[in-house]
Write a protein that binds this ligand. Structure first.
Ligand code: PGA
Ligand code: ZN
Length: 422
């Protein structure tokens, strides 16, 4: 049973405070977890509790959330079984008492939800989180969506589109797919260097050059795929996260592309999309636009809802009913517990949708999402460029899991994209 729960203020990859939780069981097993934090957060995400005290970290301290872990969650979980994750997550929700986790803070709640799973994994599965969570279920190594060129809110003076990703689908093993992604990243670096661009990286480790247009960004990524010796559109696909909520101009009621100097309506923006996977192609309240986009592109393009769906089954149900999108991005901190994240995945699957497990732009060394992607057979993961250790930690964890699985390691590449064409 759970014997102690301790919270601490820790730091994320942008140097912002976050929450760490440590759960200790009566048999001595310890689980430690850290939560990430977004920059281009959706309006409908669960609440990330910040102190607002300007004298510490400019107001972004997490001491209130940490106190909620120590003084409120800890006492309530004493004696609970860590092997009953749904039961623990239900207790956390009851204690929070709100729809958006504003009672305790989603950062406090998720840290404890994850640390509980980790402690249980130490006790029952020698520390292997994916083994503990998978049980007898089917597991697989996910397709990595590597964000090799960063824009939008994650890099200044770069492209409007937030993420230009490569998806190495045409491989038999995760490690070969990852190697392709890394070689493409290095090829992109050489191309940018010879073009006289700066080689600084953005929040998720991708390069952040100042290019004349978003189209040029796609061109240079295609060049990098070829320069690394891979076939674009076949072995390696391009995926975008437009993060269109950030491009939406509410006064003008249209989307503004700074680089191109263009203001477009939803239809004109959708005309530019012919990629294998487009995340947040339109803004989070444009349900009608999402339905039209899905009607037009949904047969051949994976249309991923991030800000639109925020890992929330209420919003996902609407997406399914309205045929708005055909894939969900899973970010545990958008909803606050592992069980609710799993519920969103189950609902998406039942509707025939695909899913992508995801990091946040503010990350930590915590690798829980790598284990979740494998244990839940999610099929895809996006966790940044193969640069900056908070990103690479997830890829290294997946390499370790592949080795642990040996001959039983199955890579999702062909299966996931076989359904979507190119
Ligand atoms: P965020 O970015 O963590 O800043 O929200 C990631 C994403 O939009 O997918
Ligand atoms: Zn997104």
């Amino acid at each position: 049973t759970i014997a102690s729960v301790v919270g601490r203020e820790a730091l994320d990859s942008r140097g912002n405070p976050t929450v760490e939780a440590e759960v200790t069981l009566s048999d001595g097993s310890v689980g430690l977890a850290l939560v990430p934090s977004g920059a281009s957060t959706g309006s409908y995400e669960a609440l990330e509790l910040r102190d607002g005290d300007r004298s510490r970290f400019g107001g972004s301290g997490t001491l209130t959330a940490v106190a909620n872990v120590n003084d409120r969650i800890g006492p309530a979980l004493m004696g609970a079984s860590p092997f009953d994750q749904p039961g623990v997550d239900r207790l956390l929700n009851e204690l929070d008492g709100t729809d958006d986790k504003s009672g305790l803070g989603a950062n406090a709640v998720l840290a404890v939800s994850m640390a509980t799973a980790r402690a249980a994994a130490v006790s029952a599965a020698g520390g292997s989180l994916w083994r503990h969570l998978a049980g007898d279920g089917q597991v697989s190594l996910p397709v990595p969506l590597l964000n090799i060129l960063n824009g939008g809110r994650h890099a200044s003076n770069s492209a409007d589109v937030q993420e230009f990703m490569v998806a190495p689908v045409g491989f038999d093993r995760f490690s070969d797919a990852l190697r392709a992604g890394v070689e493409i990243y290095q090829a992109l670096k050489s191309i940018l260097r010879s073009g006289g661009h700066n080689l600084n990286v953005g929040d998720e480790g991708g390069f952040a050059p100042t290019l004349p247009s978003n189209r040029d960004a796609i061109e240079v990524v295609l060049q990098a795929i070829e320069a690394a010796g891979y076939r674009p559109g076949e072995q390696v696909h391009i995926a975008l996260d437009v993060a269109a909520s950030e491009l939406w101009d509410a006064d003008a009621s249209n989307y503004h592309l700074e680089r191109e100097g263009l203001s477009l309506d939803a239809g004109e923006l959708v005309d530019l999309y012919a990629r294998c996977s487009i995340e947040d192609g339109l803004f989070e309240d444009d349900w009608a636009g999402w339905s039209t986009m899905t009607q037009r592109l949904g047969d051949s393009v994976q249309l991923v809802g991030d800000d639109l769906l925020v890992t929330n089954i209420g919003r996902l149900q609407r997406g399914i009913d309205d045929r708005a999108g055909n894939a969900i991005l899973l970010k545990p901190n958008q909803i606050g517990t592992l069980s609710e994240t799993a519920a969103a995945l189950d609902m998406a699957r039942d509707a025939g949708w695909t899913a992508v497990m995801s990091h946040r732009s503010g990350e930590t060394e915590d690798t829980t999402i790598a284990d979740l992607a494998v244990a839940w057979n999610v099929g895809q993961i996006k966790t940044g460029a193969p640069a900056r250790s908070e990103r690479v930690a997830k890829y290294n964890r997946l390499l370790r899991i592949e080795a642990e699985l040996g001959n039983a390691a199955r890579y999702s590449g062909k299966e996931v994209y076989g359904r979507l064409g190119s």
